[in-house]
Design a protein around this ligand. Sequence first.
Ligand SMILES: [Zn+2]
Ligand SMILES: [Zn+2]
Length: 155
Amino acid sequence: MLDTYEPEPMSGCWLWTGRYITTGYGALKGGVTQLAHRAMWRAHHGEIPRGLFVLHRCDVRCCVNPAHLFLGTAQDNTKDMVRKGRHWAPPKLAACRRGHPYDAGNTRQRPGGRRTCRTCSNEAAKMYQRRKRAKEMANALQLHPRDGDVESFHG
Ligand SMILES: [Zn+2]
Ligand SMILES: [Zn+2]
């Protein structure tokens, strides 16, 4: 059942010649849809641990060459799809440049996929207010703030 493929000499891919499902993956004959590359992985490497996906190194969904397959998480799968879809996303850093973690609570998503650090932007806003007040005060007193009177903010 797993020999329904044709080796592709250029890439080394084993192209599935059996049934296909709409997403472009090869599938085995039978009632329940069994993806060919997953079945091939099992035949060669054993059971697929729960929650893991069988992914393609070669980007060829209908390839069933066990040497082109690797296990990954759902996250890897998404990353893989994004990469293969040639979507571009800015590199994801774990923390802002001042070291605040980009976690669910501290991350502000901006259009275009950019993220800003909530802690930093809050501090920047506070600092801005502080500078503004200091300036207003100085103006009111006909004074000019000297360097050092106002903390500078490098965000
Ligand atoms: Zn392949
Ligand atoms: Zn920050």
